[in-house]
Write a protein that binds this ligand. Sequence first.
Ligand code: GRF
Length: 225
Amino acid sequence: MLTNPVQPLAIVVLISGDGSNLQAIIDNIASGQLSAKLVAVISNRDQAYGLERARRHGIPTQVIAATLHPDRTAYDQALMQCIDSYSPQLIVLAGFMRILTTEFVQHYAGRLINIHPSLLPKHKGLHTHQRALDAGDNEHGATVHFVTPELDSGPIILQMKVPILPNDTAEELQQRVHQAEHQLYPEALRRIATGRVQLRGDIVYVDNSPVTAINRFIELANHAK
Ligand code: GRF
């Protein structure tokens, strides 16, 4: 558990794709707004553009391809070994498109976080933007949460809402959520890196106050990146 994080916070980021959230984290570190060090970026796909982003910033990268491992358990073992060789304090999932084994999740209990493109507990799983539109929701957003074995169900750290506008397409909504994510994830990491966030049982505390369905939102700043 991350009770007294050492600064800068050593983070391993896991990605599968574009890595725009990774970029937002890199930018926040570079501008001095986040006291953290990305000790490695690991992908299951060698074509993930996020690897290129990491290399550009001198961050070590690793690819662990699923095809080289007979099953999910073996894959996750290899992934754990790779992650642990960098001794991170926190493991950040940023668009890592794999279901993780319970063993993996338990190995990193309290120091494994994810960003999900919906206002959890609404719209767990994939295609959240289309599902929010289909449900007639008038708002959507993103959630940063601790990872537990049940998919997209772990204790919530922070959320950000975005409006759903008339005639929005899923693509337009996705872009708006992405912009929100680029502020939300760095802010959640800032709170963790400065020791403000604690997980006690399955309740998240920020500054010693429990995070609830009322107080877990931050607003999108106007200067959206
Ligand atoms: C984000 O929408 C995130 O919420 C989800 O995967 C997407 C990753 O996007 N888990 P990117 O690779 O960071 O651009």
